[in-house]
Design a protein around this ligand. Structure first.
Ligand SMILES: NC(=O)c1ccc[n+]([C@@H]2O[C@H](COP(=O)([O-])OP(=O)(O)OC[C@H]3O[C@@H](n4cnc5c(N)ncnc54)[C@H](OP(=O)(O)O)[C@@H]3O)[C@@H](O)[C@H]2O)c1
Length: 376
């Protein structure tokens, strides 16, 4: 199921804290950075904070600039993004500013929490997700029912930690503020637990007054049949590589990337790369990796078109090459049409051989674009 693009946004002190333990909210950002946050808020469909942040900070979560609100309205959007919160307990103060400012509100909760919240008669939609709170179900609901395509998450640490660890965050906007908190009881941005093993991708740094904004993207592939946000980034890259293929009237243009489980890119390739008129994308990428590389067993192959199962140009089709390489996870955008091979089912063949195959049809259009001349 497609999910919204999830953007985590937070400011931390030099010693990594989100706040101090005093009764007032600790202001970490500079005025110029608060204006940047306002700009990001104006660009999204919804803003989410956890119940802990409502209780601690009593935020309004508005787009403050009248010009930005006017631009949203001119673009056919609501004046304010949808405000979203999560609470397992349903213990939320009906007098909090969250409910009484801005546009529409929605609270995701448990069956038990919903009973409490409905009794409180809040000016908000109350959505019960069952006995527990499942983040994927919450994001699917926001996407499918509320039409949210971009979601900004403004904390706190409990919420950020879960979204990052579950592979549901597409990007992290982290602001480092030049001050210390120094109190071990203060809340941290990320709690303990299992995070991706490798490194996130740094996509931007920017000085804003005396703070620094760093933008990172997670890189670790999902696990098994569950897609992660990083899976979407890698598959988008595979689709971009497909556009680099020398054109052909007799073969598809396909891009492929092989990524280790810690998010390290092992190799990439595309059809007819380096003057080889018949090489396939997955074949080109796998040929660049030492077959003894132990990371292959935990790697994911991203391919804009599902790997082939029958081919005349080489003895082993790409599905076989993937299996022989020891790779056990494939993410693809597009099931092979009957253009050259009738009934090709690379995904089915791989799945029957024990490979987790994830198809993300939201990238099908990007995968098909360089092949438009073959599809009639
Ligand atoms: N510096 C910054 O950028 C920034 C931004 C935001 C917040 N903050 C700070 O962060 C602190 C608050 O962080 P926090 O970690 O305590 O709170 P939080 O992440 O805002 O909210 C946590 C609450 O959300 C609900 N929740 C989250 N995940 C859940 C799940 N899987 N199942 C059920 N309920 C779930 C629970 O509510 P219930 O307890 O109601 O069940 C939980 O207590 C405050 O000090 C605030 O100032 C700083």
């Amino acid at each position: 199921m497609p999910l919204p693009h999830v953007l985590l946004s937070a400011a931390v002190s030099l010693d990594g804290y989100l706040d101090d333990t005093g009764p007032e909210r600790l202001l970490l950002s500079s005025p110029a950075d608060f204006d940047r946050v306002d700009e990001v808020r104006a660009s999204v469909d919804a803003i989410l904070v956890g119940a802990g942040t409502i209780r601690a900070d009593n935020p309004r979560l508005l787009v403050n600039s009248p010009e930005r609100r006017a631009a949203r309205v001119a673009a056919g959007k609501p004046e304010y993004p949808l405000k979203v919160t999560v609470s397992g307990s349903g213990d939320l103060d009906p007098a909090a500013k969250f409910w009484h400012t801005g546009g529409e509100k929605i609270v995701y909760t448990t069956t038990e929490g919903a009973r409490r919240l409905r009794a409180a008669d809040l000016a908000a939609d109350v959505v019960a997700l069952g006995p527990g709170l499942d983040w994927r179900a919450l994001l699917e609901h926001l996407h499918d029912v509320r039409g949210v395509r971009r979601l900004m998450v403004e904390g706190g640490g409990t919420v950020h930690t879960q979204l990052l660890r579950d592979g549901l965050a597409d990007e992290l906007h982290l602001v480092l503020a030049p001050l210390f908190v120094g109190d071990p009881d203060a809340p941290r941005l990320f709690g303990p637990g299992p995070y991706q093993g490798g490194r996130l991708r740094l996509v931007e740094t920017r000085a804003i007054g005396d703070v620094v904004l760093m933008r990172y993207e997670p890189t670790a592939p999902g696990v098994g049949g569950l897609p992660s946000a990083a899976d979407r980034h890698w598959l988008a890259l595979a689709c971009e590589l497909a556009a680099q293929c020398p054109p052909s009237k007799t073969a598809f243009s396909v891009g492929a990337v092989v990524v280790a489980d810690d998010g390290t890119e092992l190799a990439r390739g595309y059809s007819r790369e380096a003057g080889d008129p018949v090489v396939h994308a997955e074949e080109a990428a796998l040929a660049k990796i030492d077959p003894g590389d132990p990371r292959l067993a935990g790697a994911t192959v991203y391919s804009s078109l599902e790997p082939c199962v029958r081919r005349a140009s080489r003895p082993r089709p790409c599905a076989r090459l993937i299996l022989d390489a020891g790779v056990r996870r494939v993410v693809t955008a597009w099931r092979e049409p009957d253009t050259f091979v009738a009934g090709a089912d690379g995904s089915g063949a791989l799945a029957r051989a024990g490979v987790d195959v994830v198809v993300l049809p939201e990238y099908e259009g990007a995968a098909m674009t360089p092949n438009g001349h073959l599809l009639g």
